[in-house]
Design a protein around this ligand. Structure first.
Ligand code: GTQ
Length: 366
């Protein structure tokens, strides 16, 4: 639209009166395609470890600091940082938390929902809604909305895990409440590891859980997740995601956390995935292996311990560069939010046999 100087002056006056002219901005409002602020990005393990080590020297959990966690800030969302939160994508917050032997991260609860993926170290335990839960590498743990939770390290090595919360989403929606428990740790009301014992069968459900609840199972053990993936190996892998499973709530079959989806995917040795894009966004953690993901023509090389994000509507394809070792990727997503509002869409790349041209190699910060 051509804007005369008179119209331009009128627009400036409108802005000073807190009004906006739709005639000159309708295509910014109704975009042709999503114009994601977050960008594809990757954080190296070395960068996170180096800074966590520094934080380990500078602060003690339970004595001045409630949590020792470093969160991922998407460079495309830096301007939102002063609000006091980082978004890895427009809906998902992700961090790496370190708890040293003897430390107790005090109990609180919030509207924001959370999940954890244990990366490294043994001896940590979490309390969630009255249950003491063992944390081991490869486990997925859910902390649903408004559940009391505190963490402790009863072992003799530092334990590291990934936290994922829907904090950017709850911030946008202005719905976040928090409460602090009167003691450092909450009281226990059920036997230790109660929920994983009740669900140790895997495929059967206690009859009392026929009525669905928000999180009947708190811990999803790596051994069982691995078995689930192994069961897919003899069939064709998904052309985009390899051998992939989702963590589910066994009382209703939906996502284990009702607002954040989570998956474990194995890319078999030599796997070369095809490209697609979708409206939901992902945060990835490389649990095992070495490979790369091409996002919008940029090659992001990853290895064990790295994190990367796939924002909305970004073309992406995963490759396992090893011909002998499988790669395992843990990822979280906002699919439950997208599906709840009928926002989800997926498109497969049709050209070039489903592969993007690589125009650039991403240079990470170490
Ligand atoms: O462990 O409760 O990374 O409340 C961010 C907010 C971890 C936690 C985070 C939290 C927690």
């Amino acid at each position: 639209m051509k804007i005369s100087s008179g119209l331009q002056e009128f627009h400036e006056k409108l802005e000073s009166e807190n009004l906006g002219p739709l005639w000159s901005s309708i295509h910014k409002l109704n975009t042709i395609e999503p114009e994601a602020k977050p960008v594809p990005y990757l954080w190296k393990k070395e960068l996170i470890e180096r800074n966590l080590e520094e934080a380990e020297e500078l602060l003690e959990v339970g004595n001045g600091a409630d949590r020792r966690a470093l969160f991922l800030i998407n460079p495309g969302m830096k301007d939102l940082k002063p609000v006091g939160w980082g978004g890895a994508t427009q809906t998902l917050y992700a961090a790496v938390q370190a708890v040293k032997p003897g430390e107790v991260a005090p109990a609180h609860r919030h509207t924001t929902t959370a999940l954890r993926f244990i990366m490294k170290g043994k001896g940590a335990v979490g309390r969630v809604n009255g249950e003491k839960i063992t944390f081991e590498p490869g486990d997925y743990l859910t902390t649903p909305t408004w559940a009391w939770h505190d963490h402790a390290n009863e072992g003799d090595e530092t334990v590291y895990w990934m936290d994922c919360l829907d904090a950017p989403f709850t911030k946008y929606m202005n719905v976040c409440f928090t409460e602090f428990y009167p003691e450092k740790q909450q009281e226990l009301s059920v036997p230790d590891d109660y929920s994983s014992k009740r669900y140790q069968g895997g495929m059967v459900r206690p009859i009392s859980d026929r009525k669905p609840s928000i999180a009947p199972l708190g811990r999803y053990k790596w051994e069982q997740t691995k078995q689930g993936i192994e069961g897919l190996r003899e069939f064709d892998p998904d052309p985009f995601d390899g051998l992939a499973v989702e963590y589910i709530n066994p009382s209703n079959g939906k996502d284990a956390n009702n607002r954040i989806g989570a998956r474990m995917q194995m890319l078999p040795a030599g796997f070369k995935g095809k490209a697609h894009r979708h409206v939901h966004s992902n945060v990835y953690h490389v649990f095992k292996g070495k490979g790369h993901t091409v996002m919008n023509g940029i090659k992001f090389e990853w290895s064990e311990g790295d994190f990367f994000v796939i924002p909305s509507w970004v073309w992406h394809e995963h490759v396992n560069e090893s011909e002998t070792e499988d790669a395992c990727l843990f990822s979280t997503n906002d699919l439950p939010i997208m599906e709840a509002f009928d926002f989800e869409r997926v498109e497969e790349l049709k050209s070039n046999d489903g592969h993007q041209d690589v125009k650039e190699i991403f240079q990470p910060v170490y």
